[in-house]
Design a binder for this molecule. Sequence first.
Ligand code: SF4
Length: 496
Amino acid sequence: MTNPPLTVGFISLGCAKNLVDSQVMAGVLLSEHLKLAPSPEEADVILVNTCAFIEDARAEAAEAILRACQHKAAGGCRAVVVAGCLPQRYRERVKETFPDVDAFVGVDELDRIGEIVRQVIAGKRGVVAVGEGAPTRLFQSKIPGLRFSGGPFAYLKVAEGCNHACAFCAIPGIRGSYRSRSVAELVSEARALLDSGVRELNLISQDTTSYGVDLRRRQSAALPGIDEERGGRRSADAANNLPGLLRTLDALDGEFWIRILYGYPSRVTDELLEAMATARHVCAYLDLPIQHSHPDILRAMQRADAVRAVADLPQRLRRAVPGMVLRTTCLVGFPGETEEHFQHLLAYLEAAKFDHLGVFAFSAEEGTAAAGLLHVPPAEVAEERRDRLMRLQRQVVDERRKALAGTTAQAILLQQLAEDVVLRSTEREGHNQKRRHERSPRDDSPLWLARLARQAPEVDGMTYVRGVPPGSNPGQFVKLRITGGRAYDLEAQVLS
Ligand code: SF4
């Protein structure tokens, strides 16, 4: 009699980029005849894929790891493996911090996960599979249609690493230099995802607007005469930049959306805006973290190259792409930020009226340039500034929601909610979420969750829809009229 296959249960923490890494590891495990458990509690091996970007993320990772180790100690599973940014960043320390973890796997070793799971099941302990030096590799999914998003949408990671050197950010040290996947590989993965039922492709990386910068550099070295800064458009392979990639993906058949997440303000070229404005499938949506508006603070953040771009960013983008929806992220309490600097940011955001905003309070990260800076505003000042920005944003969101009432839009159906589910309204302050519950409106038709082009997954709120025709399925496009909403969520009725 053969033994049942080993099962691995994922706990994937952090951002969508980390979720893609979890999918890559799941593809490796499945291709090596291991199985995925329906939940971590039912698995032989618990795999915690971690984030270590800031203190909150590390605390969340530590809690998940300790819970998994307790589960193992109680006989609930056979081994615990920790992967991702935490072991990558703290290679030297993880073993003594988490002595009950059986193996640690770095971000450059994702394809070794099957081998490592078999080792720990065979009794090996204290495995540290984390390469020395900065990561350099790129991974392709062994099962390209596989996704953990839980709906008819997927994340397409176009590149890994980052070439910027923002003073507050530990990411380049953890993830290495920027390296892009090839257009051919991305197109083939996009096709597989669309074939598997995906109707929304979210292009992600640390800076999606820099896509292809390394490919063009390599290409221009091989073929002198290419104007690399302009995106290598004189070359034979003109798609090695984000506009080119968009045009290529846009030519794929079917009804679907493409959305660009995580851009860098000064990398938004006119060519990109033109490609967005003329594409059939690309949402008029950009997520561009500005971090701050004041030139002094941007320079102190080592984002001097963004000063000019940030100044007229919302106006320029809305002029170029009709109906453009903008998301941004700001960082308050950076060393040296005075009340005057903050007022500049407040006034900027009041005028810009970003559709979606996230705000973080500065925390000094070990190994970053900002960790050694003086004149750090007290934590309570940073928190208070964050709250002031979020109060302002709530007014912007309330105005926008009222303006949207009565308008029509396309939406993707995500899931039908059980009849006893009450309407949930989500209030977001940065990444902290508080939920309050409202009674659902009186309506006999089932309540569905849907997404508009103006709502990115996970961060921008949802649309609650009535009047969905019987027999409809997740992933189906419908036309609807927005009837109202609460806080960051919208309510709508399907148009017959
Ligand atoms: S662009 Fe983003 S990921 Fe890159 S260093 Fe700056 S904040 Fe970090």
